[in-house]
Every structure is written in structure tokens, then in C-alpha cells.
Design a protein around this ligand. Sequence first.
Ligand code: ADP
Length: 443
Amino acid sequence: MFQKVHLYLTTMCAGITAAIMIVMSLCYLYISEKGLYENQFTSFQNDINTIVTSLEQQSVISMEWLSKMEARGNYSFYVLDNGIPFLYNRLGGLSEMSGTKTLLENCLKTYHERVEHEIISTDGEVNFGLYNTCYHAEFPFNPNDGKHEFYASVIELNRNDSSLQMVALYSLDFLKEQIQTQRVRFLLIDVTAVLILTLFSFFFTGRLLQPIIENRRSQTAFIAAASHELRTPLSVILSAADCCRSADAARQKGFLDTIQQEGTMMSSLINDMLTLSNSDNHNFPIRPKEVELDTLLMNTCEAFEPLAREKKLTLSITLPGDSIPVCTVDDERISQVLSILLHNAISYTPAGGRIDLSLLYNKNHNKNRFCFTVADTGIGIPEEDKKKIFDRFYRAEKSRSTKGHFGLGLSIALEIVKLHHGTITVSDRPGGGSIFTVTLPGT
Ligand code: ADP
């Protein structure tokens, strides 16, 4: 399922970004190409204006001048003197094109059509230079051969009885080639960018999904472990209830005790699971208030004394000699942490052992810390288990047989300590056993 979501997110992420990038590239290309054509046309018009001005000053048009102009601006000229083609009509740049005559005829036809329909306006000047009238117009010319495009200009100069008509063509092949190269470059850049984006999206969405996958995995593991833990007392209850039906009055009490015992265990397990689930849903409120930690420790310790005595364990408490400041914590929750640690210490320490509870106050110039430890002389925790004991439902192999322990105590303790911005760690006690250390920030 996550694989599908991963692919979907990658496609969405890469697709949307690629679409935006392609649209922006197309807009850029459109604007840049339009600009190139417009600039070229303006420069063509300027050149034609210069040519017209120098034509107006000349009484005789020389071949040399024409070829010089052709070479300078990459133009092709065609001149009609009183309707008769001027010697210079080779249309240099277009010499390779067949149907040169048709091309010119088409160009003149387009010019006349456009002037007639007033699509283009001519610049007309009367009594200027050597000529009485001078008209010229520039326009894009497409000869319909599908290959070539031009900017064309038709210049008409009239003097008394003579007229001079000149067609200037500027081939746009070079400009089109330039645009083509630009398009290919953009295509390559876009394709590369889309590929990089897809790879990036794949890794990025993968990383984004990782916590969700982890969460789902731990949820599944939690449900599986919870079901497993609940199944055992439930099956004991069911079989005890079954036996109770056919048992005599004396034995019935024993079965009812078993049912009650297992029911209590189930209820405590369900309470633990609810606590963790509330913590996951950020529905695990702490109500901090000023608490004297030494008093809290003493009270909790006292509550566990009978249990310790019953297991023939020595329970001692060491408190700081000087008075210590109050600590702002939720006393019920911190007492719960301490109870979990003491309960574990009593459960995992064989008879004759000892449990030492101590409280320290570290006064540091920028960080004041309360620190309490629960040290026992019990079975100890193997190095490889130290990292895992705070995981939900984790129990070290040696402690599996301990009844009433579901592997949730330390995870609850960890959640509470984290809510108080503190830390909880475990280490080995020299000579055997474990030391659990809880630090809480002071004011
Ligand atoms: P449990 O209810 O099983 O004690 P916890 O989360 O409190 O669950 O502890 C997890 C595991 O850590 C225990 O099953 C046990 O293996 C180990 N553990 C915790 N406290 C001690 C201790 N004081 N001595 C030895 N092992 C301990």
C-alpha cells in the first residue's frame, strides 16, 4: 500500500513541478522568440530607412553600391527601373532557390494586396531629395513554400517621368535556425530537469513517508502484542469459568479467585495501553505544580516497603542533606514513574537483595537538575536489551516468566519523563544489578 502511495506522491510531485516548469519555459520561449522577431524586424526597418535615404540622394544606382548593401545586411535586392528589371537582379542570397521570378512576383503581389487592404501603410514623402515621391513598406513575407520566410520591403521612388521600384528581401532562415537551437536546448534542459525532479521527488517522498511507515509498523506490532498479552488471561478466565460450572462449591472459590486475578491483570494491561494511546494522541495531560521531590520519593518508597519486605528485600532511601528547592512537576505522574521503577526493581531482584533509592540536586550556573536513581542488586539487564527495554511490550528473555509484567511500564515512564523535558537512562550497578536514573529540569 505504501509503495503505491510512494509512486503516486512521486508522480504528483514531479508531475506538478514539471508541468509548472514546462509552462514557464514555453512562456519564456514565446516571449523570447517574439522579441527576437520584433528586434529583427525593427533592425530591418532601420536598415531599409538608411537604404531609402541613400537611394534618394543618388541619381544613378550603381551595382557596386547594391552589392555592398547586400553584403552588409545579408539582403537580396531586385530593382525595376521604369518597370524594366535592373541589371542587378540576381537576388544573391536566393540564388539557390528555384523560381526567383515567381518569388519576386509573389512579394510584389503581397505588397500591393496589403497596401490596398491598408494592412500595411507606406511611408510617403513628397519632393524629397532627387525624387518627387517616395514610398516604402516593410512586411513579413511567406512565399508559401513551407521552408523559407522573409522580411520584405518594397521601395517606390518616382521622379517626373521615371520610376524606380526596389524589392529587398531579408531571409529569416538564420533567425529560425537560432530559434530552433534555442528550442532544442530548452527541451534538453527540461528533460534533464524532469528526470532530476523525478529522482528527487522519489527520494524526498520516500523520506516523508518513512515516519508514517514506521508509525504504522509500530501500531501493527502494538496491536499484535496487545492481542497476544490479552489472549493469555482471557483463555485462563474462559477455562476457569468452564471448570467452575461443573466444580463443587469448595473448588469453585479457587476458580473464581483465578478469574478475578486474571481480570485484574487484564484491566491493568488495558489501563497501560490506554495511557500510551493517550500519549500518542497528545491526550496525556500533565498538571505541573510545585512539588517537594524528597517528600514525594519518601511517600512512594513507603508505599512499596510492604512489598519489598514480603520479598525479603532491603529498601533504602538517601536524600540530600541540605534543603532542596521545589520542583515543578505533575506529582502523580512522577510518582507513577517511581512506582514503575520500584515495582520492576522488586520484581527483578531475588530475595535477600537490596534496592537503593536516592535523590540529588545538581546546581549548575545555567542548568539546575533534579536527579533520582533506583538501584537494585537484581538480575541486571544485558547490554543488547538496554536499548530495547523502553520499547512497548519489550521484555528481556530472563524476565518473561514474571507474571503481571507486560513490557509497558518503562515505555509509560519514558513518555512521562519526556513530557517533563527530562531523561531516563539505565546502567549496570557495579557488582550486579541495574541503576535507573531519571533527571528532571529544575527552575
Ligand atoms: P515489564 O512490565 O515487563 O517490567 P517494563 O517496560 O517495565 O515492562 O520493563 C521492560 C523490561 O525491562 C522488563 O521486561 C525487564 O526485562 C527489563 N527490566 C526492567 N527493569 C528491570 C530491572 N530493574 N532489572 C532487570 N530487568 C529490568
